[in-house]
Design a protein around this ligand. Structure first.
Ligand SMILES: [Zn+2]
Ligand SMILES: [Zn+2]
Length: 378
């Protein structure tokens, strides 16, 4: 297939129907050989063998693999003001901001889809204040009453989750301490169990999950006792097996962030234990942290694969950044290439199941049916 028509992508009108035929389509859960994706306006109209979609819209051939736009579940692009256009051009079509200024959901229409947590709820003087200051990133909640009120304000401002910090400090190799000189040394205060339970209760009443920043056993224990839904990181410090087993039994969801934590002492073994216990990691990078690319992070995907020691396939790992991430956001079929899903997709030349690195510079990026990166003829 070498009759790619780049102009078809760039000059299409917003509501037209077109069909992109590819060598293979990864739909978020499986690989379909010689399939095509039909797009109508901002939605996927159909995914089927090429022959079945011939004549249903302008046909464009793409010599490579189509995939859903990727979803990063852990980022701080708003606080760091990372350029959203750059992120989108590098394959992420949805990013969940897990700590930063409070904004309502936006994008998904040719712009990066951004969903946010708003400022991180923390104890007075708690993390992230000693590292990143308090403005636009932290919200101090000294007691149950202020905690409930803060959750209410976050909900009213458009937060899609509530983030809390359970960080006493001192984890060797943690990216939030390396390179940042804290304004005062650990130990840093952590919200009480009573305050955390109030946050979880108030968030759940409003239909939101609670995610926590944590780095070790102290945070993990508190998170389990408070009923927190998600760990925003695989912990940096070694976690005892009984805590891993309790997390699995409680159905805790865990976001990876393995790349940015690659200097942590416990992260690789924790990841292996979590996967062995049946917790499928979700893809997140802590985008905006040092050493994390502004787009899909192939190193993160590789580390997720290696941490599983053969228990996961490359396809499982790509699902963690697409279909399973969309489900985790409660926005399925976002993250899938199926009828009715948002027309957020990317294309790479070659097979990304064999080479994750291809994903870092996609040849095609479409957001809400709008072409952001058009393939060039080779
Ligand atoms: Zn964190
Ligand atoms: Zn973070």
């Amino acid at each position: 297939m070498n009759n790619t028509l780049p102009a078809s992508f760039t000059h299409g009108s917003a509501n037209e129907r077109y069909v992109v035929a590819a060598e293979r389509v990864f739909d978020g859960t499986r690989v379909l050989e010689q399939h095509a994706v039909a797009v109508s306006g901002d939605r996927i109209a159909a995914v089927a063998p090429v022959d079945r979609l011939r004549g249903t819209g302008r046909l464009i051939r793409f010599a490579g693999t189509l995939l859903p736009g990727f979803i990063d579940l852990h980022a701080h692009l708003l606080f760091d003001q990372t350029p959203q256009e750059t992120i989108l051009r590098h394959g992420l079509t949805t990013v969940r901001d897990t700590g930063g200024p409070l904004v309502p959901p936006s994008g998904g229409d040719g712009r990066l889809r951004v969903l946010g947590a708003g400022p991180i709820l923390t104890a007075p003087g708690g993390y992230p204040i000693p590292v990143f200051g308090g403005h636009d990133i932290a919200c101090e909640v000294p007691d149950v009453q202020t905690a409930r009120a803060a959750v209410g304000q976050h909900v009213a401002g458009g937060a899609v989750l509530i983030k809390v910090a359970l960080e006493p400090g001192g984890s060797p190799g943690a990216p939030w301490t390396g390179g940042h000189q804290p304004t005062y040394p650990p130990p840093w205060p952590i919200p009480s169990l009573e305050v955390l339970r109030a946050i979880v209760d108030e968030a759940h009443t409003n239909g939101l999950i609670v995610s926590c920043h944590l780095s070790g056993p102290e945070g993990a224990t508190l998170a389990l006792e408070a009923g927190i839904d998600e760990w925003a990181h695989v912990p940096c410090d070694p976690i005892p097996h009984d805590l891993v087993a309790r997390a699995a039994a409680a159905g805790v969801r865990v976001v990876s962030t393995l790349d940015t934590q690659s200097h942590c002492t416990g992260v690789a073994n924790n990841a292996r234990q979590l996967v062995e216990a049946g917790i499928l990691l979700l893809y997140g990078t802590d985008l905006a942290h040092t050493d994390v690319p502004w787009g899909i992070d192939a190193q993160e995907l590789l580390l997720m694969l290696h941490a599983a020691h053969g228990a996961l396939t490359p396809l499982d790992v790509l699902s963690a950044a697409t279909a399973r991430a969309g489900e985790h956001l409660g926005l399925a079929p976002l993250g899938q290439l199926v009828e009715g899903a948002p027309a957020d997709f990317i294309g790479v030349r070659g097979n990304p199941l064999e080479r994750f690195k291809l994903l870092e510079y996609p040849d095609l990026v479409v957001s809400g049916g709008v072409t952001i990166v058009a393939p060039v003829e080779h």
